[in-house]
Write a protein that binds this ligand. Sequence first.
Ligand code: COA
Length: 273
Amino acid sequence: MSTYQTVLIEKSDRVATLILNRPAKKNAMSPKLHADVTAALEELRYDDDAKVVVITGAGDAFCAGMDLKEFFHELKDQPARYDQVLRMATEWRGRTLRYFPKPTIAMVNGYCFGGAFSIVESCDIAIAADEATFGLSEINFKGFPGGSVSKSLANLFRPRDALFYALTGRRFNGKRAAEIGFVTLSVPLADLKKETMAVAAEIAGKDAAALRATKDGYRFSLEMSWEASMNYTLAKEVELAGRQQVGWKEEGIGDFVKGKFKPGLAGHETIKR
Ligand code: COA
């Protein structure tokens, strides 16, 4: 892997952890950070050692949102550069991460403000520290949830929560984030890494092509009519077999029929060879 100024990559047991690495600035997303994450995700997409990607922040923050100084303030009189950075910023969160061909987990270790909501929302799973602090702070600086954040709210928040938090700018903790369904679960900060890595390891044990089909089937079906979705998933079934070295019908279903395992109780990866 390349080395990046504002992003660290750690890899262990087929799980890659992408760490937003500007701890002195609470990992606020500067133009450089957007460029680094874009490049790092491109590398991880094709990295066979990375079956699952975890995203977290260095130090005591997850991400304090867009860099208010280096982006909004310093680029306010440079419309072309501003547009270029905004496009990059929305592209990696709203498209690359959302449709990433591998499972992604947001590990929210601390402050999570504004634009960082889109990172959490675009990941497939989110695990927060009970103690993490979330806030749609845009209203507090006379702004609004721009870029991909409004769409992220519309996608995942219950309407009453979305506008309540966006209009007041009130903060909430990880426990509340789990209660309202913004994150999958919350755990004490002391257990955050262990719990997240256990989920990541469980998923990393599964078939990579089946994981990809699972994500695609869910995410794209959300945007389709019933008819289109039925048609899409039928075609996906053929694609899945094409991507697998040994098709799921031969191996996965075959081993069930041979009585080797019960898929309702365990994954195929648990079969002793
Ligand atoms: N953009 C740019 N710089 C930021 C930042 C952001 N979003 N969030 C934090 N920083 C910088 C601070 O300016 C400070 O820089 P300095 O040391 O050069 O003065 C540094 O990070 C540490 O932050 P600080 O404010 O001293 O820490 P804190 O623990 O007291 O407060 C926050 C942390 C996150 C509550 C506070 O910095 C804040 O309100 N940031 C803005 C959050 C926001 O509105 N984000 C939405 C953007 S879309």
